[in-house]
Write a protein that binds this ligand. Structure first.
Ligand SMILES: *[C@@H]1O[C@H](CO)[C@@H](O)[C@H](O)[C@H]1NC(C)=O
Ligand SMILES: *[C@@H]1O[C@H](CO)[C@@H](O)[C@H](O)[C@H]1NC(C)=O
Ligand SMILES: *[C@@H]1O[C@H](CO)[C@@H](O)[C@H](O)[C@H]1NC(C)=O
Ligand SMILES: *[C@@H]1O[C@H](CO)[C@@H](O)[C@H](O)[C@H]1NC(C)=O
Ligand SMILES: *[C@@H]1O[C@H](CO)[C@@H](O)[C@H](O)[C@H]1NC(C)=O
Ligand SMILES: *[C@@H]1O[C@H](CO)[C@@H](O)[C@H](O)[C@H]1NC(C)=O
Ligand SMILES: *[C@@H]1O[C@H](CO)[C@@H](O)[C@H](O)[C@H]1NC(C)=O
Ligand SMILES: *[C@@H]1O[C@H](CO)[C@@H](O)[C@H](O)[C@H]1NC(C)=O
Length: 546
């Protein structure tokens, strides 16, 4: 018997070694669509759970710094990147596959990196959409924000802005790709899902379950973690149960098997919980994950109802896990695609009168709908205009040109969606022709491209009917001043001196009340000064011979 035990143990050890090496091999093949940015880091590394982290060292904005906390030693939390507390936004851009759903997770561990006695408070946005306000309230708590979205463009931008106190900063940015129709909703073209609660009931430790147990690296919080106003008012008679048997989870949201192998049971007929839901009140997506993992006697039944205060309709449906899932150890995932929920959520699962067993709950997930904000319709045009200048800092500001705050060299209208009203790229080493796409910025009021090395002729700007101010001086523009400029009804200021322009000022322009700066090559200057139109309107024109 002792020998048998010894052999058994040897076999067990073998299995363990084998399993570990298989795990290590698996972990070197990162899941497709995973991006893990270690903000402020300087080296790539693979962490203890097999995630491959890369530093954000190509990022040109902000400063890197080290943080040191005795109880948080994960490499990705020993560094962060912080930004000036100014009016602008600082954006990370990530590649995604369109028509695919993702989880984006941003985390923030302050660690008192700036030895400031004021905690940072700033905002995070996904593209033009306000996502969340990051409020730091202590140095050693990791703030986590997650958003589930359907990618509609080949890139996404995550931006920090609007610091009201302290410096905006970020510790990690994690992108995780979902499979198939996971997290499909009928609202996904207008709304993102912001994670409020993802709870593993009956958890055997306080550790969350995530990758590799969850191949999509969602974080399932343990119900053993004690927090104020979170999973309190637990009914007496609530017991944890678990199984080692495999669970069939390959449907719907595919919760990880490890989460489904544990549950709580209301042995006295009820399961009750109260928890604060970040981001609520509002409309949300709320699902329960059930799998029968107890051995019920043939005469036993487990039937129960969800009871939500103020929502009597919800209590009509009876859950019978084995029947609904068509067997034991199989996932059944009932829920509500669109439910109005309060900030303080109290819920109860109660046994039906004819049920011999109390309710069982393996996991639960609640996400809040976040309305997508339309970005500026000028976004595509301005992106193509700046595409030749990818290495310039001003071309790397990222995100939407206008929202939630405009790029430093752009002004926008207050319409929703906003239009670009000013482009200010004076002295930025622009070369080549004035991009003809500029003429597609229909809301443009002010165009400043002076002090560059622009060549070629001035494009027809007559489609920008709101243009008031045009500065093209100090370039190498050639050709004539287009007569179409005279059709701009609001034009007040046109500076074109110090170029290589030829010809004369179109007569249409001379008839306007216009501040015009124009230096003519010597030969035609004489001709121009002799033109009768000049004599007629000279008090409206300033001729600058510099
Ligand atoms: C952060 O720590 C690394 C390694 O310990 C060190 O090389 C680097 O200089 C530190 N950076 C700052 C900003 O202190
Ligand atoms: C780390 O330690 C601080 C105090 O030393 C404590 O407030 C905080 O909760 C701890 N964090 C974790 C994750 O244990
Ligand atoms: C993102 O995609 C662009 C264009 O396909 C490519 O040039 C770039 O290297 C990609 N970036 C990353 C981080 O993969
Ligand atoms: C910035 O934050 C302040 C205070 O939280 C808020 O009043 C203001 O509207 C925000 N500005 C933007 C552009 O979001
Ligand atoms: C994702 O779906 C593909 C195809 O259906 C499947 O082969 C793959 O195993 C799935 N991945 C996960 C992690 O479930
Ligand atoms: C179950 O409920 C009964 C009556 O409500 C109560 O007396 C008993 O203490 C409860 N048992 C447990 C384990 O809480
Ligand atoms: C959810 O339902 C409410 C009211 O019933 C409705 O106004 C809203 O548009 C629906 N969808 C979302 C995503 O909130
Ligand atoms: C323009 O180019 C010059 C020479 O390459 C460089 O020194 C200068 O910093 C550039 N200016 C801007 C605004 O990029």
């Amino acid at each position: 018997m002792g020998r048998g035990l010894f052999l058994g143990r040897g076999l067990f050890l073998c299995l363990l070694v084998f399993c570990t090496s298989v795990l290590m091999e698996l972990s070197t093949a990162q899941m497709p669509g995973f991006v893990s940015l270690d903000c402020g880091g300087s080296q790539s590394f693979t962490d203890e759970i097999g995630l491959e982290w890369t530093p954000d060292d190509h990022f040109t904005f902000g400063e890197r710094t080290n943080v040191s906390l005795t109880n948080e030693t994960r490499t990705q939390y020993t560094t962060l990147r912080y930004f000036p507390a100014d009016d602008r936004k600082y954006c990370y851009t990530l590649n995604v596959t369109t028509r695919t759903r993702y989880l984006i997770r941003a985390t923030f561990l302050y660690g008192d990196f700036d030895s400031n006695n004021v905690y940072p408070n700033f905002e995070i946005s996904l593209g033009p959409t306000f996502w969340s306000t990051i409020v730091i309230s202590d140095a050693s708590t990791i703030e986590v924000r997650e958003l589930i979205f359907l990618a509609s463009d080949p890139t996404i931008s995550v931006c920090l802005s609007n610091a009201t106190t302290g410096n905006p900063f970020i510790s990690t940015l994690e992108l995780r790709q979902f499979n198939g129709s996971m997290y499909f909703t009928g609202f996904e073209n207008q709304f993102y899902l912001s994670t409020s609660a993802r709870i593993n009931f009956g958890a055997e430790s306080e550790e969350p379950v995530r990758y590799p147990d969850d191949p999509f690296d969602r974080i399932w919080e343990s119900d053993s973690v004690k927090r104020a106003n979170y999973l309190v008012d637990v009914a007496s008679g609530t017991k944890k149960v678990s199984t080692q048997l495999p669970i069939d989870v390959n449907r719907d949201e595919r919760p990880p098997q490890k989460v489904m192998q544990t549950a709580v049971v209301g042995t006295n007929g009820s399961l009750t919980y109260r928890l604060n839901l970040d981001g609520f009140p509002g409309n949300g997506w709320a699902y329960s994950y059930f799998a029968e993992i107890e051995d019920l006697a043939p005469e036993d039944t487990r039937k129960f109802r969800l009871v939500l205060p103020g929502a009597p309709d919800i209590s009509k449906a009876v859950v019978n896990i084995m029947e609904n899932a068509q067997g034991k150890y199989r996932l059944y995932e009932p829920g509500f695609e669109n439910l109005t929920l309060p900030f303080v959520l109290s819920f109860r699962f109660g046994r039906t009168i004819d049920s011999s067993k109390g309710p069982l709950l393996n996991a639960m997930e609640i996400n809040k709908y976040v309305k997508k904000i339309d970005g500026s319709p000028d976004g595509g045009v301005i992106a193509s205009i700046i595409s030749p200048y990818t290495s310039a800092a001003w071309a790397q500001e990222g995100g939407d040109p206008c929202l939630p705050v405009p790029w430093t060299w752009v002004h926008c209208s207050s319409d929703s969606p906003p239009l670009i009203t000013a482009v200010k790229l004076s002295g930025q080493n622009l070369t080549g022709n004035i991009p003809s796409d500029i003429t597609k910025l229909s809301g443009l009021v002010e165009l400043r491209l002076d002090g560059n090395a622009l060549t070629g002729s001035i494009p027809d700007l007559s489609s920008c009917v709101n243009l008031e101010i045009i500065h093209l001086e100090n370039n190498q523009l050639t050709g004539e001043l287009p007569s179409s400029l005279a059709t701009l009804p609001k034009l007040k200021e046109l500076y074109v001196q110090n170029n290589k322009l030829s010809g004369t000022v179109p007569s249409g322009l001379l008839n306007k009340k216009l501040n015009l700066k124009w230096v003519q090559p010597l030969i035609s200057l004489t001709a121009m000064l002799n033109a009768p139109a000049i004599m007629h309107t000279s008090h409206f024109i300033s001729l600058h011979l510099t």
